[in-house]
Design a protein around this ligand. Structure first.
Ligand code: NI
Length: 135
């Protein structure tokens, strides 16, 4: 019997969507306001889910405290109150779209979750816009 357990988290970050190899006209056409050279911020919301068998001894799929601490150390400490383009190495050459951010988050967490368990990350960039990645 597999159960999916989920933990919500939150971080604030600034970003700018653009390509250095495109001129201003093309960047503005594709990315619009998100290409603001002075950056802009989002209140990102995160739902991290782990699916797996229940440990018969503990009754847990994963200890929520361990998951909470993992999200704090791997995600919040790395991304919260950061300028993603400037301060987060993964985005030096990768456009920090929600799609790319959710994959970076997944890849940071995956090595810390038992290989036999499934991981899914949902990232809300706004209350209405969200992306999902599960590997
Ligand atoms: Ni944005």
């Amino acid at each position: 019997m597999k159960v999916k357990v989920s933990r919500k988290a939150h971080f604030n970050a600034a970003h700018r969507l653009y390509r250095q190899d495109w001129d201003d006209k093309k960047n503005n056409a594709v990315f619009g306001k998100c290409n603001n050279p002075n950056y802009h911020g989002h209140n990102y919301e995160l739902v991290v889910s782990v699916t797996g068998d229940i440990d018969p001894e503990t009754g847990f799929v994963i200890d929520m405290k361990i998951l909470k601490d993992l999200i704090r150390s791997e995600i919040e400490d790395a991304l919260d109150h950061k300028n993603l383009n400037v301060e987060v190495p993964e985005f030096r050459t990768l456009n920090p779209t929600a799609e790319n951010i959710v994959i970076v988050i997944y890849n940071k967490l995956r090595p810390h979750i038992d290989a036999g368990k499934e991981l899914e990350v949902i990232l809300y960039e706004t209350p209405r816009n969200f992306v999902t990645y599960n590997g």
